[in-house]
Design a protein around this ligand. Structure first.
Ligand code: GLA
Length: 382
């Protein structure tokens, strides 16, 4: 799979520019094992990179400016130095990376870029972070910049927050850039410290199944921003810098200080979710991966009832997977559609897949797409 996306990017480069690229840089999508909407609350997340990736074939050019093409859209876009929002659509993510690097003081070399990707778009698997991270890694290498890996996700996040204008946290870019093969990335979104948690499920006879609900994403941007505002309001009422600063042992007392019923529920999700991440990490460190199942499912229930970011399709997939014997299942990503993940015994792959497909058919939903995920390598030169 990896090689074919790289070949496609290389072929797209040749056909657009009639030349060979100087190099190929790959960056993956991600699933989040647990820790949803905790990133912008300075909390904890535990994503891992998936084998699906975006590859950028890139060469420096001698004329000023940047040209980018993608075999997904068959469109070529050229731009010079721009400010936030000036390049729109998919090319805006590329222009955003150039802008963020320039804004951080780097002299970005003029370049030609060709992109290819097999990260499903708009499914909550971070196709945009994969794109940003591939281009950032490529331009950083080509420019020979002294930009430590730990500082790169924040720069890509700025491209998305300020240039593209989406108020997302730092999880997706961190996962695409910092994940390692066979590991889940335990990230403290305040200190940006990471711990690579061994997550070799195959050795345990376990698998994570990704179930793409293929449900159309609805109102994602507005609802995401609204959740973020509610969390900030909760922190303000409680007099803490961020909800990460409310320990789960103080939760009941904290909730009595919040009059607004909706904000109370949003706060409860974040505070309990941070604790579930810590508990999951403990179990994985102790080599007890099956036991994380109930934490995954509790996370889903919290997203469904307290954070209110699920839709029927994802709830049905979770229920069907659990009924088929999954240890745990939850929606992963920003919400309002997208993917769920289920922790299962490997030999239950077919039965679980069939059970979810059947449940979708009975409800008259568009068929889901289901495949097993293995933790892959973060951004790198191919
Ligand atoms: C999206 C955002 C992330 C994070 C998740 C929810 O993927 O890009 O920053 O907030 O939603 O956990």
């Amino acid at each position: 799979m990896g090689m074919s996306v790289a070949s496609s990017a290389e072929a797209a480069f040749r056909s657009a520019y009639d030349a060979e690229p100087a190099g190929l840089w790959a960056a993956p999508g991600r699933v989040n094992l647990i820790g949803e909407h905790t990133d912008y609350n300075d909390g904890f997340v535990l994503p891992f990179a998936i084998p699906q990736q975006t590859v950028a074939a890139v060469s420096a050019q001698d004329v000023p400016g940047w040209t980018v093409t993608s075999d997904l859209v068959n469109e070529t876009v050229s731009f010079g130095t721009t400010g936030p929002g000036e390049v729109r659509g998919w090319a805006g993510y590329v222009a955003g990376i150039v802008w963020a690097l320039q804004d951080a003081g780097f002299a970005v070399p003029p370049a030609r870029i060709a992109l290819s990707s097999d990260v499903p778009l708009g499914s909550g698997l971070s196709s945009s972070a994969a794109l940003e991270s591939a281009v950032l890694t490529a331009l950083t290498d080509l420019g020979g910049f002294d930009l430590p890996v730990a500082a790169r996700p924040g720069l890509a996040q700025r491209a998305e927050n300020v240039y593209v204008g989406a108020p997302t946290g730092i999880m997706d870019q961190s996962a695409s850039i910092r994940c390692e093969q066979g590991k889940a990335l335990f990230l403290d979104c305040r200190s940006l410290e990471v711990e690579q948690i061994p997550f070799d499920l195959a050795a345990e006879g376990l698998a994570i199944l990704i179930i793409n609900s293929n449900a159309p994403h609805q109102h994602v941007d507005g609802e995401y921003g609204a959740r973020r505002k509610s969390c900030e309001e909760g922190a303000r009422i409680l007099g803490v810098p961020a909800l990460r600063d409310v320990p789960v042992t103080d939760l009941d007392a904290a909730l009595t200080k919040i009059d607004d019923e909706v904000i109370r529920r949003r706060v409860r999700h974040i505070v309990t979710e941070d604790q579930r991440v810590l508990d999951t990490v403990e179990l994985l460190r102790a080599g007890r991966p099956r036991e994380i199942g109930p934490l995954l499912t509790a996370s889903h229930v919290s997203m469904r009832d307290d954070f209110e970011i699920t839709v029927d399709q994802v709830d049905v997939a979770v229920e069907a997977a659990l009924a088929a014997g999954a240890y745990g299942a939850r929606m992963t990503g920003g919400g309002f559609g997208g993917c769920i993940l289920a922790l299962i015994d490997t030999d239950r792959t077919e039965a679980t897949t069939a059970a979810v497909e059947m449940a979708y058919e009975q409800r008259g939903f568009t068929a889901p797409t289901i495949w097993p995920a293995t933790p892959a390598q973060g951004a790198h030169k191919v």
